[in-house]
Write a protein that binds this ligand. Structure first.
Ligand code: BES
Ligand code: MN
Ligand code: ZN
Length: 509
């Protein structure tokens, strides 16, 4: 989808579909805004008729499709899309509206779309066009590479021309639209990676996918194979990956990697993102029940988000040194699998007593977090993981669980989540949770029992971050969606890309 921004009069632009975003109409007798009035005139009064009848009020996600007939409007169809109440007029309402336009246009096989938008109080043209581009591109996402023919007959939108009211805003609006496209496309790449089935998306395939993205956008990439993992004494990821015929990998992506050993010049601050990359989680010897097990192909959603995030960092030229570390492994039962009762030594030297091989995410992250901290001494570290069913029970699909040792970083992510429409919610991480995972035979055990399962998992991870400011994001509930709605497709969500970039773009020390 190609997205452009102009300030032409929407009624004069030829299009297969003219979409018009309409703020809530509180009084049907009040005059239409000048822009809506012009479209209404070109339609021969089609809009005002519907409005005075009370049939269209611009409510959230309300739509109205009209055909101009012989009137002077140059588009084949007009779709009015409601934006809802002013208090609902946040950026997410714009994403939802643009998502609705994008979906309806492709269902109507209308490849050329003009999107007329009003000025919204409190929202800059730049932020508005970013949100619109995000919603449109995210809603157009399909995962149909395994189908002979697409499921629903439709035609993707080819061009979306956003028409804003004020010509003076064009520069910033165009910058916003460009950023929105990059963010949404990066999120779609993350969705693609997590939607891939386990037989295709092995740890090695994930490494290849990361290498491909790195090459396309100019990231440094390094992949550690099993001999290297052994040399580096990464006993935790080796234990989890040991049960599978598909060997584990540690993958490192770097944006703005410092070149050579130059001693002069100020080094930009380093931020690390760490992703859980379990390409399939059968539970291992502590095998999962078979019902719903297929969903565990998306247990590398944290890793997918890290790949998407690093891609966006490169394309948006983020002025920091950003590092992505991905712990990729497949958790399978076999004669070489790790067992309940095993004690494994992580790279940090800490020993982990394995009580349940299905609590494998925290085990692979132990090595990834330690490696990130030791190798890069980052200013801050954020990990993303489909870590616990407990977090999914606590927050559902409505928020990502946040656990942290640092209030400032927590606040940055909480705000970024709000602004990007990817909500995060803080959950506790107390000394009690750390006590709950003390082991009788080793340093720590990999489960703390049923109580506060998301917090004890976070407590486990906290053993490997030292005093680096760190946030753990549990995306078990937000990484996968059971149904399609507005700009969300059923399946992998690619959650986190927009939020992390929002944080990075607003980062000032
Ligand atoms: N990958 C799962 C968590 C998960 C469950 C993610 C559902 C998304 C949807 C994780 O590896 C796991 O199995 N966790 C166990 C931990 C338990 C054994 C301590 C869980 O949550 O049941
Ligand atoms: Mn598991
Ligand atoms: Zn898992």
């Amino acid at each position: 989808m190609k997205i452009t921004v102009d300030s032409r009069k929407p009624a004069d632009s030829p299009a297969d579909l003219l979409a018009v975003i309409v703020a809530k109409i509180t009084d049907p007798k009040k005059r239409l805004t000048p822009r809506l009035a012009a479209i209404n005139r070109a339609l021969g009064g089609g809009l005002s008729d519907v409005v005075t009848n009370g049939d269209f009020r611009g409510g959230s996600a309300q739509t109205l499709l009209l055909y101009p007939g012989s009137n002077s409007l140059r588009a084949k169809r007009v779709l009015f899309v409601g934006l809802g109440d002013e208090k609902e007029n946040d950026l997410n309402a714009l994403r939802v509206a643009a998502g609705t336009v994008s979906r309806q246009a492709s269902a109507k096989k209308a490849p050329k779309v003009v999107l007329a938008v009003p000025s919204v109080k409190g929202i800059s043209a730049e932020a508005m066009c970013q949100a619109l581009a995000e919603g449109a591109v995210l809603a157009a996402y399909r995962f149909d590479r395994y189908r002979e023919k697409p499921k629903e007959p439709e035609r993707p939108v080819e061009t979306l021309a956003i028409s804003i009211e004020r010509a003076g805003d064009l520069r910033s609006a165009r910058a916003g639209a460009r950023a929105g496209v990059i963010l949404a496309e990066s999120q779609n790449i993350a969705r693609d990676l997590s939607n891939e089935p386990g037989n295709a998306m092995t740890p090695i395939a994930l490494a290849h996918a990361a290498q491909k993205v790195a090459k396309e956008v100019g990231l440094r990439v390094r992949v550690m194979d099993v001999p290297e993992l052994k040399r580096r004494k990464m006993g935790a990821i080796l234990a989890v990956g040991g049960g599978s015929a598909n060997p584990p990998r540690m993958i490192v992506l770097e944006h703005n990697a410092p070149r050579g050993r130059k001693k002069t010049g100020k080094k930009p601050p380093t931020l690390c993102f760490v992703g859980k990359g379990i390409t399939f989680d059968s539970g291992g010897i502590s095998i999962k029940p078979s019902g719903g097990m297929e969903e565990m192909k998306h247990d590398m959603s944290g890793a997918a988000t890290v790949v998407g995030t690093l891609r966006a960092c490169a394309l948006l030229d983020i002025p920091h040194h950003v590092v992505g570390v991905i712990a990729a492994a497949e958790n399978m039962p076999s004669g070489t699998a790790y067992r309940p009762g095993d004690v494994v030594t992580a790279m940090s030297g800490k020993t982990i007593e394995v009580l349940n091989t299905d609590a494998e995410g925290r085990v692979v992250l132990a090595d990834a977090l330690h490696y990130a901290r030791k190798e890069y001494s980052p200013l801050a570290m954020v990990d993303l993981a489909t870590l616990t069913g407990a977090c999914m029970v606590a927050l559902g699909k409505w928020a990502t669980g946040l656990f942290s040792n640092d209030d400032d970083l927590t606040e940055r992510l909480r705000r970024a989540g709000e602004e990007s429409g990817e909500r995060v919610w803080p959950l506790p991480l107390w000394e009690d949770h750390k006590k709950a995972i003390r082991s009788d035979v080793g340093d720590i055990k990999n489960t703390g029992g049923r109580e506060a399962g998301a917090s004890t998992a976070a407590a486990f991870l906290s053993n490997f971050v030292g005093d680096t400011p760190w946030v753990h994001l549990d995306i078990a509930g937000t990484g996968w969606s059971g149904k399609t709605s507005s700009y969300q497709k059923k399946g992998a969500t690619g959650v986190g890309v927009r939020m992390l970039l929002q944080m990075l773009r607003g980062w000032e020390e």
